[in-house]
Design a protein around this ligand. Structure first.
Ligand SMILES: Nc1ncnc2c1ncn2[C@@H]1O[C@H](COP(=O)(O)OP(=O)(O)OP(=O)(O)O)[C@@H](O)[C@H]1O
Ligand SMILES: [Mg+2]
Length: 296
């Protein structure tokens, strides 16, 4: 245990989340941040403030136990490779019909120290030293069995240390290159149209990029466009290419970002439609908290 998860307060947060989902009104939830898939909620308590990341519901305790083992293995592997990861605990409770509802919980870290923010607020000298440290970490951590989603918004820089935040989707592969994560479960929040077996098979290629430094860096650089930080790409490219056998080009980064943006836009539109279908047509609770639309 790295910290005590405030049990009663989390149970109360989950009650509020269920209420928000049931009433289709998440306006009263305290949102700390979001990624492409979901919202991160803030929980203020007497012992401090926490970042709470709700996972897709696990159909049974065995599926939940497997997730937990996978997350633990991932956290250990990253630590072994010298990465500082935000201490992460898992809290869970029973959901409807024997299911398990769980959250990854971290202490709230200062938003002003988020690297996607610092790349806007700090100067070029900071950006350069940041990128050098970042490259060292990515090159030490990533290989065909251990992946990283290294976007700038997944790191916090405090006291000269880069801390990695985004561990809810553990990127670990077995010796045969199969995802150890229950990918099918983590795709339940995608509309059924995207969940066909063919598309699940495609997920292999979607995940591939996270398991090689070149792919991780391509994704990082591409996402700078989303963060309106495209001006940094040329300087970062030179530094990144000094470490890569096959250099990246500015055109490849731009094309990658256009493709990635198109994919996420499509997913967001389909999910919004799916939510509408649940709520307005079938009159059922839509079970996921969706992030706001992103301006790409
Ligand atoms: N411990 C934390 N302290 C402060 N802010 C956080 C913390 N964890 C997450 N956040 C905020 O929430 C955002 C999203 O968090 P995170 O990257 O963990 O999830 P995600 O991107 O939604 O994951 P996924 O990409 O798997 O959907 C971060 O970019 C950051 O703004
Ligand atoms: Mg993230």
């Amino acid at each position: 245990m790295t910290f005590e998860v405030p049990q009663a307060e989390l149970a109360d947060l989950e009650r509020r989340v269920r209420h928000a989902l049931r009433t289709a009104d998440d306006g009263a939830l305290d949102v700390l941040g979001h990624g492409e898939i979901t919202l991160v909620l803030r929980l203020r308590t007497a012992t401090g403030s926490y970042a709470c990341k709700r996972l897709p519901a696990f159909p049974d305790p065995a599926r939940f136990d497997r997730y937990r083992a996978c997350l633990d293995a991932y956290l250990h592997r990253l630590a072994d490779r010298g990465l500082t990861v935000a201490p992460t605990e898992v809290w869970h409770t029973r959901g409807p019909g024997g299911s398990v509802v769980a959250y990854c919980v971290q202490r709230e870290l200062p938003a002003a120290r988020l690297c996607s923010r610092l790349l806007h607020t700090e100067d070029e000298v900071w950006a350069k030293t940041f990128f050098g440290r970042f490259l060292d970490l990515v090159c030490a951590a990533v290989d065909p069995a251990v992946g990283l989603d290294a976007q700038a918004s997944n790191w916090v820089d405090t006291d000269g240390t880069l801390t990695y935040l985004d561990v809810t989707t553990p990127l670990l592969r077995d010796a045969r290159g199969r995802e150890r994560l229950d990918v099918r479960l983590f795709f339940t929040s995608l509309p059924w149209l995207l969940r066909t077996p063919v598309r699940l098979a495609m997920s292999k290629s979607i995940f591939d990029k996270f398991y090689a430094p070149r792919g991780v860096l391509l994704d990082f650089l591409g996402n700078l466009h989303k963060e309106r930080l495209g001006a940094l790409v040329p300087a970062f490219l030179d530094e990144a290419n000094a470490r890569l056998n096959t250099p990246l080009t500015a055109a490849e980064v731009a094309a990658y970002y256009r493709e990635d943006a198109r994919m996420w836009e499509l997913i967001q539109r389909l999910r919004a439609a799916d939510r509408f279908w649940h709520r307005k047509v079938r009159r059922r609770t839509y079970p996921f908290l969706l992030p706001p639309p992103v301006d790409r």
